[in-house]
Design a protein around this ligand. Structure first.
Ligand SMILES: Nc1ncnc2c1ncn2[C@@H]1O[C@H](COP(=O)(O)OP(=O)(O)OP(=O)(O)O)[C@@H](O)[C@H]1O
Ligand SMILES: [Mg+2]
Length: 289
């Protein structure tokens, strides 16, 4: 499979922090690539660079083998890379149609918006994803989940080659996540390539075919999803064998990993994460005292 996107040696420093440290990665056409790592690993920073929201200090980006350099998200969108950020960007007081086609509304000779056309286009567009939302509806009246899906539809309405999603299911319910995954698969079937950041490791196995792990701003590994389990990912993310980690957290301290994944004591060390995939949402990792 050919690469649609390639990043080489991307580095980004913030005052006092080396957020991304010479990271290289590639994305193949039609691939869904998961990007995982602990909080602060550099996932969003790296993706914001690919999506034009941040400038790298070093490194090169190739889109379909052409060296590209983006000074804004709009420039990245024009080139074919759309990103949905961790924070929603919709305007609640505007309609679904106005949000999707922000700054791209069909206008008449006097620059007046052709509302009928705008609503028809929006209806057709939503229909492609089997969504029957009224294009006139104000976004503030939608649920969080609907808003998130709309955010993604807005990102793909520009016809990108690459879609970057930064933790898109954080505000979604189970069924909304399922709808989102269906939408992503439909887009994949149409040739879209997706980079999918998540803290919910079970999602990696549900949606992606390959996974890249970042730790402390560095690229740890890139693996086929079929060749790893959640325990492997956790070990790569924290930089130690998960069993060692669990054992070293004894003596009155434990890691507040959700569910039953991390054992309280050595006897159950190494309890299988793969058997209980729902329990791991790594965004909630923190040390308890
Ligand atoms: N605008 C900024 N200014 C200064 N430091 C920043 C900025 N953005 C990110 N950082 C730092 O860069 C590092 C990487 O942050 P980043 O947000 O990319 O991590 P992440 O993997 O997306 O984390 P999370 O899972 O919490 O979203 C962190 O140490 C973070 O504090
Ligand atoms: Mg982030």
């Amino acid at each position: 499979m050919e690469d649609v996107l390639r990043a080489e040696g991307i580095t980004k420093r913030f005052p006092g922090v080396l957020a991304v440290d010479h990271v290289s990665l590639n994305l193949r056409r039609g691939e869904i690539l998961a990007l995982v790592g602990e909080n602060g690993a550099g996932k969003s920073t790296l993706m914001q660079i690919l999506g034009g929201a941040l400038r790298p200090d070093e490194g090169k980006i190739y889109l379909e083998d052409r060296l590209v350099s983006f000074y804004s998200p709009e420039a990245a969108i024009r080139a074919g890379i759309s990103m949905v950020f961790q924070e929603l960007s919709l305007v609640g007081s505007l309609s679904i149609a106005e949000n999707i086609f922000a700054n791209r509304q069909p206008v008449g000779p006097l620059n007046n918006v052709r509302w009928g056309e705008l609503y028809r286009e929006t209806e057709n567009f939503l229909g492609r994803f089997d969504l029957s939302l009224n294009p006139r509806r104000l976004v503030k009246h939608l649920s969080m989940g609907q808003q998130q899906i709309l955010e993604i539809l807005k990102a793909i309405s520009t016809g990108p080659k690459v879609l970057i999603l930064d933790e898109p299911t954080s505000p979604l319910t189970e069924s909304e996540s399922a709808t989102l995954f269906d939408t992503i698969r439909k887009l994949q079937a149409q040739g879209l390539s997706v980079i999918y950041i998540t803290h919910k490791l079970f999602e990696v196995f549900r949606i992606a075919s390959r996974v890249v792990v970042l730790r402390d701003g560095r690229h740890v590994d890139s693996r086929k999803v079929s060749e790893v389990n959640e325990g492997d990912l956790v070990a790569m993310m924290v930089g130690r064998e998960s069993q060692t980690l669990a054992l070293s957290c004894g003596g009155g301290r434990s890691w507040a990993w959700p569910g039953s994944w991390v054992p309280e004591g050595p006897t159950s060390a190494g309890a299988s994460s793969a058997r209980n995939p729902r329990t791991q949402d790594t965004s909630t990792w923190r040390e308890r005292s």
